[in-house]
Design a protein around this ligand. Structure first.
Ligand code: SF4
Length: 312
């Protein structure tokens, strides 16, 4: 599969088939915590980065097998709203496979544009990010492409709320020492009072980020910040939920390919891979050990466990 990946066991969404519309790593931001690594192509230019017809063909082939999924998620190794065809691809899913929920993970930076907001209106859930409302913190954390500002991002989110009838889950990624100061948290809260998200999801580092100097906020600090935002429904994002049934039983022939596709986009622990791919631990370990010994995959030890990631 060229444009689809997973399904992965997302912490927030459950069993999620990913649709990746832009080449690695094309984004309008270069966030210090990005789990996909440094942004090579920092741009706010909207264009057809992958042929929409090829993406639609691949989706049609995959979904015709009626896989058990919680959601189809536009996400991956960059910013999906940079792709000019996202609206048409979303329409294809909703017209032909309406039973699947569609989620768009976006950094929100292009939502100030009328055409981008319009292209997302058939999604069920949009998960935009807002890590900072002040320019200094925004620049320090998100390192935007020219022309992208915190104010523009916030204005786009306010207009999305006015036009979009689905669910908006606003993600705030806490970077200790940058956006957890009282002033910055208050600025973000003021912006939330204009955006009116259905829920706020507070997140902090869980996987290897772009910058080794970035550390996670402690559980106590996350709890305090959760209380600060408690005028909204707020989740401090936790461990992935477990599923009794595997999403797709990965066959042995394809297991290595599926693992590589997953790790290219998302560093994962053995538990994450086992739950999302529906394979036994022994089979999984054999493939992972082989990839590590071939120097294709490396291991990073973090608090939540050993994360496997593709060696760059
Ligand atoms: S976290 Fe998202 S918005 Fe930030 S650089 Fe990575 S892909 Fe882009």
């Amino acid at each position: 599969m060229k444009y689809l990946f997973g399904p992965v066991n997302s912490r927030r969404l459950g069993i999620s088939l990913g649709v990746d519309l832009v080449p690695y790593k094309t984004c309008s931001l270069n966030c210090v915590y990005c789990e996909c690594g440094e942004t090579d192509r920092l741009t706010a230019e909207i264009r057809e980065y992958a042929p929409s017809s090829e993406v639609i063909d691949e989706l049609g082939r995959y979904l015709s097998r009626k896989p058990v999924l919680d959601v189809i998620t536009f996400a991956g190794s960059g910013e999906p709203t940079l792709h000019s065809g996202i609206g048409g691809i979303l329409d294809f899913i909703k017209d032909n496979y309406p039973a699947y929920r569609v989620v768009v993970l976006t950094n929100g930076t292009l939502l100030y544009r009328d055409d981008v907001r319009k292209s997302l209106l058939r999604a069920d859930t949009i998960i935009p990010s807002l890590d900072a409302a002040g320019d200094a913190a925004f620049t320090a954390i998100n390192r935007p492409a020219p022309g992208i500002t915190a104010q523009r991002l916030i204005d786009g989110l306010v207009r999305l709320r006015e036009e979009f009838g689905g669910e908006i889950l606003l993600e705030i990624f806490i970077v200790p020492g940058i956006n957890d100061t009282p002033d910055e948290l208050q600025r973000i809260k003021n912006a939330c009072e204009r955006i009116l998200p259905n829920r706020i999801q507070l997140n902090t580092l869980d996987r290897p980020g772009t910058e080794a100097r970035i550390k996670p906020a402690t559980p106590n600090r996350m709890k305090e910040i959760g209380e600060f935002f408690s005028t909204f429904p707020v989740d401090v994002v936790g461990a992935p939920r477990r599923h009794n049934e595997p999403a797709v039983a990965a066959d042995a022939m394809n297991l290595q390919r599926i693992i590589i596709e997953t790790l290219e986009r998302r560093p994962s622990t053995l538990d994450d891979l086992r739950d999302s791919l529906g394979v036994g631990e022994n089979d999984l370990r054999a493939v992972i050990d082989a990839l590590v010994s071939e120097n294709l995959v490396e291991v990073k030890s973090l608090e939540r466990g050993d994360f496997y990631t593709i060696k760059k």
